[in-house]
Design a protein. Structure first.
Length: 75
């Protein structure tokens, strides 16, 4: 869920976030609030933070052209 929030925050074109259950959305907002500094620095630096259970996709996400371009947008 935190990775979804990271990419949503990094993309200036995101206008809305939808969730089937309000509790999932609220949980995501709480997690974003808790990890705000880490999310902002990750976007600023164009890096993927050290988050559990993403080791199998970290390399792919880290070199993602999308994330690097979005990260430079000044969020």
């Amino acid at each position: 869920m935190l990775m979804h929030a990271l990419f949503a925050l990094a993309d200036p074109c995101v206008e809305q976030i939808q969730s089937s259950f309000v509790t999932v959305f609220v949980d995501m907002l709480h997690r974003v609030q808790e990890d705000w500094d880490m999310l902002v620095s990750s976007i600023r630096d164009g890096t993927i933070p050290d988050i559990e259970y993403i080791d199998h996709v970290r390399d792919h996400l880290q070199v993602s052209r999308y994330f690097q371009v979005s990260a430079g947008s000044g969020v």
